[in-house]
Design a binder for this molecule. Structure first.
Ligand SMILES: C=CC1=C(C)c2cc3[nH]c(cc4nc(cc5[nH]c(cc1n2)c(C)c5CCC(=O)O)C(CCC(=O)O)=C4C)c(C)c3C=C
Ligand SMILES: [Fe+2]
Length: 502
């Protein structure tokens, strides 16, 4: 392997990007002593390009150890119109939750959400009731949800914002010499993940990077989307054979942390006395049992994420007080604490006068930022004695953030197709789709029943009502209620109660 080959590296392609232009069919191994994740084997060469793979490959053709750093020679050359990886067609699939675009979409959207066993998980014996129950709960929940969506303009902005993020990410990847197509796959509304996958197949994508747009992993969000994706992949011959990799969470990335710190720093400057402002991180909650019983890493990742942002702010001499609380709980079971509403009241009582809310679990504006934080929590804060209120915008298409997502994609490319190899270090950050079950198993040990977070349980299916008889009775009641809702007949209609929910 002639060392001079590396002098052809364009400046834009840095060590972390692990893609090296080279003049011919050579194979090289590069290694870094300090970080095993930064060890790569160049396995295949295509005209003009070497494609790298992690060191775990057994099919080494040629070995030559070089520190990774030695590979980077800052020679300015323009390769912008050259495809990066030979004939491969690279795709990036952004996974997100999806949201209703009109008020008519709200109930069917809620149905899709509640029909997901990662949101409401029934005992196996009763799993046949998942859809009837989802129908029932979605019909009950729809009026309240519709009110919320009506107040933010009649629908969720999630599709528009995610599409914009996809387009900016595509541009950023092209600027970094990675000509990829970017797709959006939503879990509960259009464009559904299935639709995105069909497009990916039509476009003949050969390498796919799967990137959930949730910085922190939760069974209920990224976990659910990846589980669905895995089932789609398993049943499809094209997909089974497609090289792919998954980035399960990315809250610890420097670019993301910096982008969040930038937004906070900027918003603090809008206050008269910035140093006296309480920085209030508000994350979407999950039921406590997800963390305590199923082992969801969400809480730990969230806390670490907040620490990293505060450390970054400290480097900038911003040492404000801060707190983390969890919002958006649904139903009567216990969710992650402290709750956002209770914490705001407490802070008011303690004499906090200025508060900057930072939505932390999501990278787009959505109903829970635009309505819950901007309207409900602001009102509560002002009533609780807080005089000055501010809110950090969601990242959206903020350039540092988008550029960092592009880097995350590029850094993951060497792992594409190599994940069948059991490499524990690699698995900590990149998971092959075929191993989603393994990833989830690590957190969601036996896929046990999770206490349902939804409204029907207000009628008595709580942690304390855990006998099978009780559950069977509850299901019988639910079934009766379901029949009542779907047929429009029954005792609640006779008593004039049920139409109230409509
Ligand atoms: C990290 C983000 C999110 C987690 C964790 C999460 C868990 C979770 N959510 C529900 C119930 C509902 N979620 C709803 C909408 C919704 N949730 C998130 C994010 C997370 N959810 C987003 C981005 C959205 C879409 C918002 C939009 O603008 O459309 C809804 C519908 C809205 C409403 O009625 O409040 C429900 C219901 C549960 C039960 C749960 C964990 C188990
Ligand atoms: Fe949610």
């Amino acid at each position: 392997m002639p060392h001079s080959c590396f002098s052809l590296l364009p400046q834009a392609i840095r060590t972390s990007q692990k893609m090296y232009r080279c003049s011919g069919g050579h194979v090289v191994e590069a290694s870094s002593n300090t970080n095993p994740l930064k060890s790569y084997v160049v396995r295949k060469s295509t005209p003009g390009w070497l494609e790298t793979q992690p060191l775990v490959s057994e099919k080494l053709l040629y070995r030559r150890l070089l520190p990774v750093e030695a590979l980077v020679t800052p020679t300015v050359q323009d390769f912008s119109d050259t495809p990066l990886i030979g004939d491969d067609k690279i795709g990036v699939l952004l996974l997100n939750l999806g949201g209703p675009e009109t008020l008519e979409d709200v109930q069917p959207f809620l149905f899709n959400l509640f029909a997901d066993p990662d949101i409401i998980r029934l005992p196996r014996l009763f799993s046949f009731l998942q859809k009837p129950l989802a129908k029932f709960v979605s019909v009950l929940r729809a009026p309240k949800s519709k009110e919320g969506y009506a107040s933010i303009g009649g629908g969720s902005p999630l599709r528009r914002i995610t599409d914009a993020q996809a387009e900016e990410l595509r541009k950023s990847l092209w600027e970094k010499n990675v000509p990829a197509r970017v797709y959006v796959g939503m879990r509960y509304w259009h464009p559904f993940t299935e639709e995105a996958i069909e497009q990916i197949k039509r476009d003949g994508i050969t390498k796919l990077v799967v990137l959930p747009l949730y910085p922190q992993f939760s069974i209920s969000t990224s976990g659910s989307s990846l589980r669905l994706l895995e089932s789609i992949f398993r049943e499809d011959e094209y997909l089974v054979n497609m090289q792919h990799t998954v980035i399960p969470s990315w809250y610890q990335r420097e670019g993301y942390i910096n982008a969040m710190a930038n937004l906070i720093e900027k918003e603090l400057q809008g206050f008269d006395c910035p140093e006296k402002v309480m920085i209030f991180f508000s994350a979407h909650g999950v039921p406590l049992a997800y963390v305590e019983e199923a082992g969801d890493p969400y809480k730990a990742e969230m806390e670490e994420c907040v620490e990293l942002i505060m450390e970054e702010l400290e480097k900038r001499k911003i040492t404000n007080g801060y707190t983390l609380a969890y919002q958006s709980r649904v139903g009567p079971v216990e969710w992650l604490k402290p709750y956002t509403d209770e914490t705001i009241v407490e802070l008011g009582k303690k004499g906090v006068k200025s508060l900057l809310a930072v939505p932390i679990s999501f990278v787009s504006e959505h109903i829970e930022t635009l309505e819950e934080i901007d309207v409900e929590y602001k009102e509560l804060a002002l009533k609780s004695g807080i005089e000055k209120w501010g809110r950090v915008p969601a990242l959206g298409t903020e350039p540092t953030f988008i550029s960092d997502l592009a880097d995350a994609v590029i850094e993951s490319l060497p792992y594409v197709g190599a994940m069948a190899v059991s490499n524990l270090e690699a698995r900590q950050s990149l998971v092959p789709l075929g191993s989603v079950e393994e990833l989830l198993a690590a957190y969601d040990t036996q896929r046990r029943e999770l206490p349902p977070p939804v409204i029907v349980w207000e009628w008595g299916w709580t942690k304390s009502a855990e006998t099978w008889n009780g559950r069977a009775a509850m299901l019988a009641v639910l079934l009766m209620l379901f029949l009542e809702v779907t047929t429009g007949e029954g005792f609640l209609h006779q008593w004039g109660i049920l139409p109230l929910f409509r």
